[in-house]
Design a protein. Structure first.
Length: 172
């Protein structure tokens, strides 16, 4: 479930999801990235909202489930490199994020405990370049993930680009 950060369906989504020469073309068109989409329930394990610049750099707000009943909202920045969307994993980005437990802001005690676990989980990725490269697999889009240029099949994600008005939400 955690791999769904850092950084992403059904037939109704296939046309919008097809990979293009510009991997962030759907974001430029106003769509958001739904990771692990549940089309029937309109749920995603994470939703990424990109703000893309003309030169391929981007800033994004990521909302995602990191533990049962725990959601984080944090910001990242990165750039498009060829057909890959890349960012450096920065522990500070996660530590600066807002934490929610059961849809309420985490208490200071909860936040400290969750942040401690995050630091431990992120230690192997910290400072490394994480990229996703979209491809088709079956009826949907699959994001293959690389870390410092090495493919990590265990981090592969199902993704869909959806309209913010489609009613998708982050949920377990």
């Amino acid at each position: 479930m955690f791999e769904a950060f850092a950084m992403l369906a059904a037939a109704a989504l296939q046309t919008a999801d097809a990979p293009t020469d510009d991997p962030l073309a759907p974001a430029r068109a106003g769509r958001v990235r739904c990771i692990d989409p549940d089309v029937a329930r309109h749920n995603c394990s994470s939703i990424v909202r990109f703000r893309v610049q003309d030169d391929g750099r981007f800033e994004a707000t990521v909302s995602g489930i990191i533990e049962p009943r725990v959601m984080i909202v944090y910001k990242i920045s990165g750039e498009v490199q060829g057909n890959a969307v890349c960012s450096i994993v920065r522990v500070d980005d996660f530590l600066a994020g807002k934490l929610y437990v059961e849809d309420k802001p985490a208490t200071a005690l909860e936040a400290n405990a969750i942040r401690g676990r995050l630091v431990t989980r992120l230690s192997e990725l910290s400072g490394k370049r994480r990229c996703f490269i979209d491809g088709t697999e079956g009826p949907g889009v699959t994001a293959n993930v690389t870390v410092n240029g090495l493919l990590h099949p265990e981090m592969k994600q199902s993704v869909a680009w959806v309209s913010p008005t489609d009613g998708y939400a982050v949920a377990e």
